[in-house]
Design a protein around this ligand. Structure first.
Ligand code: GCU
Length: 333
């Protein structure tokens, strides 16, 4: 109830400040951009670069104001704000978008990509991504670009997981995505879908035994303080998505739309280096300062355990087209 009220207050503030002009330049328009990472997270840095590029390319006639740290709500809430236009742009995980457009669920299908290179090849193929990004226009938003959010691996408070059998009964947090819920079930664990901001406390209090994410969750979100085993299961490569309210985008001239799109594309390239450096640095910090153990596991039994999900996914009328599109895209390289 309290949360709902807070959400309503946030929406009201955003709507009321919607027409504000930040530069004193009467031509300037402001884009509100929301996301759930901290200021020193690599994704925040790349979003700041997006903002800088938009401002530079538009001679400051378009300003970008960033609301970080999940201050405008969980990813689900922020997607809703982007749909209504209370927020213009947001960065959310593709997994969180699954509840809004089923095509985004392909990214949560475990082991759908065999390597990061394969993932990158698909994500940089506009003939594939355009179809995914544009089709949500009728529900209020479009995709602008993606950011590398690494490979997702399992981490636990106090249990080493070396094989699928070690997953039995493991209460594991997943993103709010049905595909991720099914993945943990197929592996024998007990899935709990919850918002990212709640994971630290849930681990600490024992509501969950495990979570899964890229390495930055350990340091940037302090999960390494409570979770001491990080297993390289590599089960998902889920991109972060930059989405924009469709009306807000369409209100700009064609030239301005091109500026926003270019800035988005360039920030994705910028992000690659920022990301690799952060993973290297944060893995070291998690190891040395937090005492997290990083463990290599044989992925084969995990891959095998989730095969029924692939079969079901390929034959479900809601997901068969996107499955074929991605699989076909992989073989066209
Ligand atoms: C990643 C992703 C976030 C997401 C988080 C999660 O960190 O970049 O956008 O919220 O995973 O597990 O919820």
């Amino acid at each position: 109830m309290k949360k709902k009220l807070l959400f309503i207050i946030i929406v009201a503030i955003l709507v009321l400040t919607g027409c504000q002009n930040v530069t004193g330049n009467s031509e300037a328009r402001e884009l509100k951009l929301a996301h759930n990472q901290s200021l020193d997270h690599p994704v925040h840095k790349s979003l700041a670069e997006f903002g800088r590029l938009v401002e530079e390319k538009s001679n400051d006639t378009i300003q970008v104001k960033i609301f970080p740290n999940g201050q405008l709500g969980s990813e689900r809430e922020v997607i809703e704000l982007t749909q209504t236009g209370a927020v213009d742009v947001s960065k959310v995980s593709a997994s969180a978008l699954e509840g809004f457009e089923s095509d985004y669920s392909i990214f949560s299908l475990p082991y759908v990509f065999e390597s990061y290179e394969e993932f990158e090849q698909i994500m940089n193929d506009k003939s594939i991504t355009d179809q995914i990004y544009q089709q949500t226009e009728n529900i209020g938003f479009i995709g602008l670009t993606y950011y590398n959010a690494g490979t997702r691996n399992l981490y636990t408070k106090d249990r080493e997981v070396n094989d699928v059998s070690d997953m039995r009964g493991l209460k594991t947090r997943v993103q709010p995505s049905q595909t991720s819920v099914r993945m943990i079930e197929a592996l024998g664990g007990i899935p709990t879908a919850m918002a990212y901001g709640e994971v630290y406390t849930a681990l600490q209090s024992g509501v969950i035994d495990a979570a899964e994410n890229n390495e930055t969750a350990l340091v940037g979100n302090n999960h390494g303080e409570v979770a001491k085993y990080y297993m390289y299961t590599g089960h998902q490569i889920v991109p972060d998505m930059l989405i924009m309210n469709a009306e807000s985008f369409n209100r700009f001239s064609e030239e301005e739309q091109a500026i926003i799109q270019e800035a988005a594309d360039e920030s994705t390239i910028f992000h690659e280096d920022v990301w690799s450096a952060a993973i290297e640095e944060q893995t070291e910090i998690a190891k040395e300062r937090m005492g997290v153990e990083f463990i290599e596991v044989d992925k084969e039994p995990f891959i095998e355990a989730v095969q029924p999900l692939h079969g079901a996914y390929a034959n479900d009328e809601k997901t068969e087209d996107i499955y074929q599109l991605i699989m076909g895209g992989k073989s066209n390289d």
